[in-house]
Write a protein that binds this ligand. Structure first.
Ligand code: PEP
Length: 258
């Protein structure tokens, strides 16, 4: 299901948190309660795999969706020990899957693997959230070339008809888990650059349509400016997404931006 609405998309990447299923259930319950009150915002939570089922609901909750942090490149069930197929995630109600997060790239995900995961997720009709971002910035702007190459390689040989469904999460690695987020003005500049890369790859209309999120040390305090000044379509939130008061506040604050 591609994200085509004009609403803001807030994705909570819980990473390897919390420690127990009871805590996960409690977090999800609080976030569902917050999500139903929103008018201009959709929420996706991405708990660790063992907690996805306990966090989802049998009944549809308005503005609330389930996501996963990873999917296998294997498209069919079979002898793939340790792997979790995209078809299995779809079967338990997952709609969005994070692909190519820098913490996974650091553990060995190459652009080739990322491209294969993207394909597997798209093949099941789910929406991949493709994470890209430079490790460092330099005065000469070489990081922009690196970012462009990373996007191109991660998309691999995807056709435009599939690429249309991708959400891009721009996550400068130096801003993840940091003390401060990137400046909202810089988020704006880089998100425009990412849109231009998509326009070059798939045509001008894709540059206008591609959904771009920002991720990296987002909190309830900086989120409204990143949305309003950074002009991104939403946020990928790590630490703050498992902090109940902070994440609920963030959802409310972003919703007010409209
Ligand atoms: C992330 O890991 O995707 C992330 C954005 O983390 P944090 O918000 O904690 O920087």
């Amino acid at each position: 299901m591609p994200h085509t609405s004009h609403k803001k998309l807030i994705v909570g990447n819980w990473k390897m948190n919390p420690a127990t299923s009871a805590e996960a259930k409690k977090l999800a319950r609080k976030f569902k309660r917050a999500a139903v009150t929103l008018e201009h915002t959709e929420v996706v939570i991405c708990p660790p795999l063992p907690f996805i089922t306990i966090c989802s609901s049998r009944k549809k909750v308005s503005h609330f969706h389930m996501g996963a942090q990873v999917a296998s490149t294997q498209e069919e069930s079979g002898p793939h020990t340790g792997e979790v197929g995209a078809h299995m995630l779809r079967d338990i109600g997952v709609e969005y899957v994070i692909v190519g997060h820098s913490e996974q790239r650091k553990r060995g995900d190459t652009d080739l693997l990322v491209a294969a995961r993207l394909k597997a997720v798209l093949g099941q009709g789910m929406t991949p959230i493709l994470c890209v971002g430079e490790a460092t910035r330099d005065e000469s702007g070489a990081y922009l070339e690196a970012l462009k190459n990373q996007i191109k390689a991660s998309c691999g040989d995807l056709l435009k008809s599939s690429a249309k469904s991708i959400i891009v999460a721009y996550e400068p690695i130096w801003a993840i888990g940091a003390a401060e987020a990137m400046k909202a003005e810089d988020v704006y500049e880089t998100s425009l650059f990412i849109k231009k890369v998509f326009a070059d790859l798939y045509g001008a209309d894709m540059g206008l349509k591609v959904t771009v999120l920002y991720g990296g040390s987002v909190t309830f305090r900086n989120a409204p400016d990143i949305i309003a000044i950074g002009k991104v379509d939403g946020l990928l939130v790590g630490r703050e997404s498992v902090n109940v008061p902070g994440f609920v506040e963030l959802l409310k604050a972003v919703d007010l931006v409209g």
